[in-house]
Design a protein around this ligand. Structure first.
Ligand code: SAH
Length: 368
């Protein structure tokens, strides 16, 4: 249930110093919405969920890993109490008032019988039976989730999500959020554990939404989640999403097909490079396919992949563009050709998530 319209429409926080006290699932939607709105965010919390840690590691917010202190409010334009502990939130709000700082209204202290969104809900069966809805959330801007996807999130009892999902849509929702974020080459929650979470919550009679970035079935492991739920007798609904494979180039003004330039596009994962025994892609055939090539999960492997394309006969002057953080306020676009794109991406300090498109259409766009 929506409690308010969201920071984006209610608060002009762009460039403002915002203190968020708390970094757990209660704070996650608020932090994402503030990030979407361009705030300069400091999070104070002894522990944070993985998506918040990821934002901190990418320099998109500052995280002070410690307990809140009264004096913390004084340095900020806006204070957001979001610890999940109503007593502490009230104290933060009181401190903000004492220091004359703007402060968002803390969540109400739950009354008897009210839904606190706490773990104990997981064990409370709900009439009507549980279900799992796999929602493709689009590339990251909350505006790019579908109407059906947003409706599913709004009516969910629990949302199981990770860092590439449009976390800003969670802001203002009265829903339990479980962050099972996966970070490339880093910590991760094994897929089996995620499947178990989905099944267990649905078995307890809850409406579970699995909220993913892009489309759940494009390198999103949605197929495995569907299998696991179906095997457990849980009804599954699929809500397709806008995939970054197409939206990333589009947001840089690049059409993945264009009459006269290309008759198709091929989307591949670059998580393992050419020559790696785990790679099942015929990279040579890809170089000669005549379609655009869209590479996902291919920042670290871009040098090896592009060298292979050229070695296999792709014209080195073929245009190539990398779009990082597509649809997010931090979106960056690096242009080059297949011979130069890897070094330009490295020079620009681009990290995941990024999409690279190789092909004549990549030279099509004027700068956006
Ligand atoms: N299901 C997702 C893809 C998940 S695989 C989808 O359909 O978009 C993860 C990869 O997707 C990243 O490594 C990156 O290549 C790409 N990606 C996801 N979100 C992105 C974004 N906002 N900007 C650029 N690339 C993105």
């Amino acid at each position: 249930m929506a409690r308010d319209a969201g920071f984006r429409t209610t608060l002009p926080v762009s460039g403002r110093r915002v203190l968020v006290v708390g970094g757990g699932s209660t704070a996650l939607g608020r932090i994402a919405a503030l990030r979407d709105a361009g705030a300069e965010i400091t999070v104070i919390a002894p522990e944070v969920v993985q998506s918040v840690q990821d934002l901190a590691e990418r320099g998109l917010l500052r995280w002070d890993s410690r307990a809140y202190d009264t004096a913390d409010v004084s340095d900020h334009d806006l204070v957001v109490p979001a610890t999940g502990d109503p007593g502490l939130d009230a104290r933060v709000a009181g401190d903000a008032q004492a220091f004359g700082r703007w402060c968002t209204v803390p969540d109400a202290v739950p009354g008897p019988g009210s839904d606190t969104g706490s773990d104990t809900d997981a064990t409370r069966p709900r009439a009507g039976g549980g279900s799992v809805t796999l929602v493709g959330g689009g590339p990251g801007d909350p505006g790019l989730i579908t109407v059906a996807g947003l409706e599913a999130v709004r009516t969910a009892d629990v949302v199981v999500t990770d860092r590439l999902a449009p976390l800003g849509v969670l802001h203002g929702l009265d829903v339990e959020v479980i962050d099972v974020g996966k970070i490339p080459r880093g910590r991760s929650t094994p897929q089996e554990a995620i499947n178990r979470i989905l099944v267990e919550h649905a078995r307890a009679g809850r409406r579970v939404v699995r909220l993913k970035g892009g489309d759940s079935f494009v390198f999103g492991r949605g197929g495995e989640e569907m299998e696991a739920c179906t095997a457990a007798g849980i009804p599954v609904v699929v809500v397709p999403g806008v995939t970054s494979a197409i939206a990333g180039p589009a947001l840089a003004g690049i059409p993945v097909t264009h009459r006269g330039l290309t008759q198709g596009f091929t989307v591949v994962s670059g998580h393992v490079p050419p020559g790696d025994p785990r790679s099942t892609v015929d990279w040579g055939a890809l170089a000669r396919t005549g379609t655009d090539i869209v590479l996902l999960m291919a920042v670290a492997t871009l040098p090896a992949i592009t060298q292979t394309f050229v070695a296999e006969g792709l014209d080195p002057a073929t245009p190539a563009v990398t779009i990082a953080d597509a649809a997010l306020p931090t979106q960056r676009v690096v242009r080059g050709d297949v011979a130069t794109i890897a070094s330009r991406v490295a020079e620009a300090g681009i990290g995941a998530p990024a999409v690279t498109i190789v092909g004549r259409v990549a030279g099509f766009a004027p700068s956006v």
